[in-house]
Design a protein around this ligand. Structure first.
Ligand code: NAD
Length: 305
């Protein structure tokens, strides 16, 4: 009997946990939960006897991995896996996976909500603007980017995207104009929606020279990761350009400085992009199924290391 640990500092809904438990127990395994823990030492202690681990944004560091000698697989219930130390996983022979696509719709709907919120001056009295007829630039056409594009088109926006790893035909078939360079995207879009993963290569890549290309009255929506933005570069631009707005799912490190921009800036207090009951259930269940399949059939489809 294997022990599968569900370690969530920010817990899943009770309904999602019940369904995860059902999948695990049906496979003859045991589910243990560690929720709302305050100290990584608690995670290390709980992981010490676990064969598999499911986490959300929880940090799985080298130290946690060293404390868990039985671990064979870690699944990040979500898309971004920058919270897992992949090198340490590989060195310990652990398979690391994510659950791509399971929370994308939740994030895409939040993007559209943030665009409207910013277009209407954070619902303050006064005259705002509409999304219809505006140009939406999708920075990375993955699972979330594609859904944002589809909803944006439904709202009457024209949509363009930059993603060097997705074929032009895919975008064209979905009514999206593929762009050859990221500079072109930032030079033309009224709304930029950021969906690049946080990697060594992308961190701070959205910098002042790129942002300075934005057309008048542009709004940047970042539901990816705060690390991909060069915060000081963006602050400099917003000081130089009173027409530029920024909204983010989770506050940047320089939140206090950004707050001086008033209704031109908004950040969620905690990351809420994937916080819908539907996304909780989709991602949690997918993680449990991937673990059961890994142990029963060796399926490693969503391996990221
Ligand atoms: P995904 O893996 O489906 O798509 C990522 C896309 O980025 C891929 O199409 C890839 O080709 C593209 N890409 C990679 N490097 C690039 C680069 N340098 N330039 C342009 N494109 C590049 O991921 P997703 O589900 O669409 O999620 C995107 C990101 O959003 C995740 O990495 C995660 O950090 C973040 N996210 C946040 C929340 C939230 O709660 N706010 C939830 C889900 C995902």
């Amino acid at each position: 009997m294997r022990k599968i640990l569900l370690a969530t500092e920010k817990p899943f809904s009770a309904a999602a946990v019940a369904e995860i438990r059902q999948i695990v127990e049906q496979a003859g395994d045991v589910l243990e939960t560690l929720e709302k823990y305050a100290d990584p030492a608690q995670l290390a202690a709980a992981a010490a006897t676990a064969d598999a681990l499911i986490v959300r944004s929880d940090k799985v560091t080298r130290e946690i991995i060293a404390a868990a000698p039985k671990l064979k697989i870690i699944v990040r219930a979500g898309a971004g896996y920058d919270n897992l130390d992949l090198e340490a996983c590989t060195a310990a022979g652990i398979t690391a996976m994510n659950t791509p696509g399971q929370n994308s719709n939740a994030v895409a709907e939040l993007v559209i909500g943030l665009m409207t919120y910013m277009a209407r001056n954070q619902f303050a009295p006064g005259t705002g603007s509409e999304l219809r007829g505006k140009k939406l630039g999708i920075h990375a056409y993955g699972n979330v980017g594609r859904l944002v594009a589809a909803i944006g088109k439904g709202a009457g926006m024209t949509v363009e995207a930059y993603d060097p790893f997705v074929g032009n035909d895919t975008m064209k078939q979905e009514g999206v104009t593929p762009l050859k360079t990221v500079e072109e995207l930032y030079s033309t879009a009224d709304y930029i929606s950021i969906h690049i993963p946080a990697t060594a290569e992308t961190k701070h890549s959205i910098n002042h020279p790129l942002l300075a290309r934005l057309p008048k009255n542009a709004t940047i929506i970042n539901t990816a990761r705060k690390e991909v933005i060069d915060e000081q570069g963006l602050i400099q631009l917003m000081n130089e350009r009173p027409d530029i707005k920024y909204a983010a799912d989770v506050a940047p490190d320089a939140d206090e400085e950004f707050k001086t921009f008033g209704t031109r800036y908004y950040a969620t207090k905690k990351k809420i992009g994937a916080e819908t009951s539907e996304a909780n259930i989709n991602a949690g269940l997918a993680a449990a199924r991937q673990i059961v399949e890994y142990f029963t059939t060796g399926n490693q489809r969503y391996k990221v290391n």
